[in-house]
Design a protein. Sequence first.
Length: 260
Amino acid sequence: MANIYDIDTGGAPPALEARDLSVFYGMKQAVKEVSLDVPAKRVVALVGPSGCGKSTFLRCFNRMNDLVPTARVEGEARFGGVDLYGSEVDPVEVRRRIGMVFQKPNPFPKSIYDNVAFGPRVNGFRGDLDGLVEESLKQSALWDEVADRLSDSAYALSGGQQQRLCIARTLAVRPDVVLMDEPASALDPLATQKIEELIYELKERYTIVIVTHNMQQAARISDYTAFLYMGELVEYGPTDNIFTNPREERTEAYVTGRFG
């Protein structure tokens, strides 16, 4: 039988790779030797009970765990074939190429325009900033709602709009990959629907990895699903297979709601 992480990428190299990836917080092992490939320009959902290591695993790919003093990463996390934890790799550049959208909207205390322009300015962008801000807001399906009030505070937006603004802010630095840690969990159903529609559209340009507790959401928006339990990768494959014909009993029990 093929390894769980061996999936059909159509011959294209994966965007992200994990090989025997483990994460420790002090003596506690939160992620246990996880191996999988993330195909380019697809949506991969990470599902599993609370505390199973989904978010910790996700943060390995843009080195956010570096910011946790007790965290230690072992194994390999690769982007475009490059070991993200190699001594020559700049974590700041990693976070530019691999963007992150967090669980709760976290706009800066600035205008809508300045939120989107912040990253490009920090990175020394010298092109058409107005055009980049407009393009990013259009990509995040927010432009039509804010085009005439770009100077307003980001805090004047609704929660769903703030989250789409955070997505626009991420896209403005032109990443290759977008990581999303439960991006709709704090939103109402209508705002959640807009985020899901946006994710579906964005995968034409970006590789997306999303952590979600919502099984229906994973089934709706993802191409592949990985089920993690107690830090281990139990099963990984095409989303349809995971939800309708899982190979592992624990996967079936989780996706059908018998535990978790």
